[in-house]
Design a protein around this ligand. Sequence first.
Ligand code: PMP
Length: 394
Amino acid sequence: MTTLPYADRVGGLVGSVIDSSTSLLHKQTHDIVRFAMGSPAAEAVPSAVLAGIAADQLSRPDAYDYAATEGDPPLHEALLETLRGTSDETTADRLTITAGGMQGLDLFCKLFVNPGDLVVVESPTYTNGSATALSYGAQLLEVPVDDDGMIVDNLEQLLDGRRPKAIYTIPTFQNPSGATLSLDRRHRLLEVARSWGSMVIDDDPYGLLRFAGDPLPTIRELAAGDPLVFAVRTFSKIVAPGLRVGWVDTAAELQPLLINAKQAMDTCTNLPAQRLLAGFLRGGHLEDHLVTQRAQYRRRKEAMHAALQEHFGDIARWTDPEGGFFLWVTLENGVSTAELFEVALAEGVAFIPGPAFSPSGRFADALRLCFASTPPDRIHEGITRLRRAVNKLT
Ligand code: PMP
């Protein structure tokens, strides 16, 4: 380490194993079945429709200007219209466009997290979210997840008298477990948060990608405008992650602060990307696109289940998500998934090891598989390779 005069918070910049897998995998030259990143299927990205919108919208010089910090009006308006009648219906004064879901999480922490504040996270969790809290000096408390999401009734005991500043939940088709927080637990979570005066970060990027079971109201809907709920949303999973556009839905009183925070960060969200999305929503493409994606992801989840049953039935168990991108596999033969990663990569299959989803490195025996980005026949091939890799370690 050099002697540069670093800020104290540099110690909280822990990085992301998940994100780093993108550049690691780009460098590989052999054939790899990619279950690692949480990206939509390449063929599911509506690139032809977006190219048509680009030809129209992006030939105008004003598409390259600065945008309004709260969001470019065409996207702001089209999004409000798109959300009307859904569990995420909202109003202009609550809606702020962000540079993806990650910026929503960063803005939350900037507004609410002081060094030393306690932030509750699910265990396992999306560690880019917990890393954002750490970068502002938060202390983290990991609360276990089961098939019905965060075990909210464990919270009180684990808190041991402390009051969390915030509770971070990914309530629907959780990243990484695929679990969905039950309706009872959604109510209970809001109840305990209200009783402690804690904020709730409702990070729900996958909720629109349900391919089985009955929809549940979002936490923000159940909260009925309670200012404690800070909802983070993104176009990354439903349209394309490279656009880097999302939104937050918050108490209206927060919007001026969000604007100030964003002006001290990036001025505005990328305007060409906002124009593309405005055109996509205004053209009525989202609903058709979601219908196609849901059917495709259902087939892929089923293919992954069938392949796991065939190749891992004797040594593992796995979750059964009703939507989203991910399955969580737990090995029961003592193999460390961190060790398995290298062997599997050489064998031609990539996943993310379980410890990447726990700030304290739990889940040595687990791994996350993204079923969304790989066609069914390749899924079979990938799971076959994964079993070969496990066999090399046993
Ligand atoms: N939250 C969760 C739960 C996610 O899975 C992701 C993306 N993997 C994000 C937030 C970040 O979204 P974005 O790529 O739009 O920043």
